[in-house]
Design a protein around this ligand. Sequence first.
Ligand code: AMP
Length: 123
Amino acid sequence: MSAYDDSNIFARILRGEIPCDKVYEDDYALAFRDIAPQTPIHVLVIPKGAYVSADDFSEKASDAEIAGFFRALGKVARDLGAVEPGYRILANHGRDAHQEVPHFHMHVFAGKDLGRMIKPADK
Ligand code: AMP
């Protein structure tokens, strides 16, 4: 895996160099609306630490960072009112998953029936 590149767009958002449509922030995580939403509610939750992907985060982040990140993720979904109707969380890692931004992030999709996770034809 490549080393963390601190010029990536989410690192720049964390440094306040470019704006975002923020929905939540605490010591461990920042959440903001995706610039090209794929569902009525599409929010990205990112850790404040410099981790390339889910693989990097799960291997190198501290227990406090991992707990803080997932607490934030759950709070974001609750605050969005997505718990009762339901939501989907998703993280892309690497080439086959088409990860575009090399700073670990989880997508929160909600606001409509999201269908099955993977279409049978995609297997
Ligand atoms: P991924 O393919 O999992 O790396 O997804 C990256 C996501 O970041 C895409 O859904 C993009 O629309 C989103 N994105 C890229 N730039 C920005 C930005 N400046 N603000 C908000 N979302 C962004």
